[in-house]
Design a protein around this ligand. Structure first.
Ligand SMILES: [Zn+2]
Ligand SMILES: [Zn+2]
Length: 157
């Protein structure tokens, strides 16, 4: 089943043609500020698997913690932020905001990151991987997702 979503006003609609490589709950301060919330939920996926049917999102760039650029894509009409491209991330991949899905309940975070700035009242579910900052991909990702990323880096997907 394709995951579909869009911005609040409906000017930008998208569908994902593959399951996410991994789903992050990011508790870093930048994500808290950009969402105005406690954390953000992001689906990491190949850019080629994000299809926009009509209306292309606009973008702006910010510095990321890595020192490389963070490009944020948003609806030019209602300003909903739909996905990000982190230029430090391997491959040609995007991080799509789970909250923009029509059915966000279909996606759960696989891993919690940057928990060093997690808000203290929030208790993470027991048994879920959680990291003070980031992690090494081979330590966390399923083998199938690592294969997909390798193919993407090689320009094959
Ligand atoms: Zn919109
Ligand atoms: Zn973050």
């Amino acid at each position: 089943m394709d995951l579909e979503g869009g911005c609040v006003c409906g000017a930008v609609r998208y569908r994902l043609t593959a399951p996410p490589l991994i789903v992050h709950a990011c508790h870093c301060r930048d994500c808290q500020k950009m969402t105005g919330s406690a954390f953000v939920l992001n689906m990491w996926i190949e850019k080629n698997c994000v299809k926009t049917d009509h209306g292309a999102p606009k973008s702006f760039t910010l510095p990321a913690g890595s020192g490389k650029l963070h490009e944020v894509f948003y609806c030019g009409n209602c300003m909903t932020r739909l996905w990000s491209k982190y230029h430090a991330a391997p491959g040609d991949t995007l991080l799509v905001r789970v909250g923009t899905l029509d059915h966000p309940e279909r996606v759960e975070p696989d891993v919690h990151i940057f928990t060093r700035s997690k808000l203290p009242w929030l208790q993470l579910p027991p048994g879920k991987p959680a990291f003070e900052a980031f992690y090494k991909i081979p330590d966390v990702w399923p083998a199938a997702s690592q294969d997909r990323l390798r193919r993407n880096i090689a320009g094959q997907s």
